[in-house]
Design a protein around this ligand. Structure first.
Ligand SMILES: NC(=O)c1ccc[n+]([C@@H]2O[C@H](COP(=O)([O-])OP(=O)(O)OC[C@H]3O[C@@H](n4cnc5c(N)ncnc54)[C@H](OP(=O)(O)O)[C@@H]3O)[C@@H](O)[C@H]2O)c1
Length: 317
């Protein structure tokens, strides 16, 4: 059983802990929060564990794996500290806010090859992601339009004059970093690293992108990504192959995959984080270097593209 410690006590951490426990491979043993009451309340709502408010004490405990779901700009430094303390790490998307941060993590992992670090890009581990992957690697591709736009639960607060972390440039917030990264994962996994990429954002007054469109150029075809946190879109996503079109109801929540009128696959997940939790547990427990290398190589390519997109839009964190 892997001893799991968590950083950040929001709803997503609760969902991950539930997914991790459902694999029967993890037990929650440590919870870090800046506030004792938040850590204790998290424990009361999830599973028995020790509460920590000092990071050194938390990282000095006997946890095997640290899951990080703090604001984006803290991910890399907290992951580096966890690796330094000889822990495996699972970091919420986006793993990093800059290319330099990715370099530092890559270097730290090279020095400790016994440790694994995964970016929790949850949909990549779902069955339907693989269904699309099989299609794109079998068929000629002529283009794609991928959409993920959701009205943020924090946007009303932003409109009322508050500055939630997800809309704050200091915490590396914004649509591309929060939801756009799912689409970048899609594009890189399904079509590879593009020759060129540009991002045209619409900036909010805080300085982050509220929504935007990215164009990824693959030479023979191009892929359009549409993302945003200030409106809801129910547009399906599409991949074009000659006369045929593969359709997804949502490019990041892949419930139904259709090829023209034929349903190829449909699945409704009670907890969409279970597939990733199972993958991470298997890789760590089995010391499966190939499973780690595959995920890390994909993360590396995704963050190369993320960096190009940010640079093209002068989105520097
Ligand atoms: N995979 C998914 O489906 C999914 C869904 C939602 C979010 N996420 C990712 O999860 C991460 C957290 O998202 P969130 O919306 O929960 O973020 P958040 O509410 O801004 O912060 C998450 C946690 O970090 C701690 N925190 C908040 N502000 C902080 C600060 N100024 N300094 C240090 N710690 C701070 C808080 O824990 P304490 O008060 O206990 O310290 C809080 O519970 C993000 O990276 C996001 O992209 C992923």
């Amino acid at each position: 059983m892997l001893k799991l410690g968590v950083i950040g006590t929001g709803w997503i951490t609760k969902q991950f802990v539930a997914a991790a426990r459902a694999t029967n491979a993890f037990e929650l043993t440590a919870v870090y929060s800046r506030h004792e009451e938040s850590a204790q309340s998290f424990i009361d709502q999830t599973a028995p564990a020790t509460a920590y408010t000092k990071m050194d004490d938390f990282l000095g405990s006997d946890v095997d794996v640290v899951y990080i779901a703090s604001p984006n700009s803290l991910h890399a430094s907290q992951a580096l500290a966890a690796l330094d303390a000889d822990k495996h790490v699972i970091v919420e998307k986006p793993l990093v806010a800059t290319a330099m941060e990715f370099e530092k993590l890559d270097e730290a992992l090279r020095k400790k090859p016994q440790l694994y670090l995964f970016e929790a890009a949850r949909h990549v581990y779902e069955h339907n992601f693989q269904v699309v992957n099989d299609f794109t690697h079998r068929q000629q591709i002529d283009g794609a339009t991928l959409t993920y736009m959701k009205y943020s639960s924090k946007y009303d607060a932003f409109l009322a004059g508050k500055l939630p972390n997800v809309f704050n440039p200091e915490f590396a917030g914004g649509a591309l970093m929060d939801l756009g990264i799912y689409l970048v994962y899609d594009a890189v996994a399904w079509f590879g690293v593009p020759d060129n990429a540009v991002y045209l954002p619409h900036f909010l007054k805080s300085g982050v992108d509220g929504d935007g469109v990215a164009r990824l150029d693959y030479g023979d075809f191009s892929v359009t990504l549409i993302t945003g946190k200030t409106t809801n879109s129910s547009l399906p996503s599409e991949i074009y192959s000659g006369r045929q079109t593969l359709t997804m109801d949502n490019a990041a929540e892949l419930e139904t995959i259709k090829l023209d009128d034929q349903v190829l696959s449909t699945e409704k997940l009670a907890n969409p984080m279970e597939a990733e939790a199972a993958y991470f547990a298997k890789a760590i427990t089995g010391q499966d270097r190939n499973a780690f290398d595959k995920a890390w190589q994909l993360a590396k390519e995704v963050h190369q593209v993320m960096s190009i997109l940010r640079t093209s839009a002068n989105l520097d964190f």
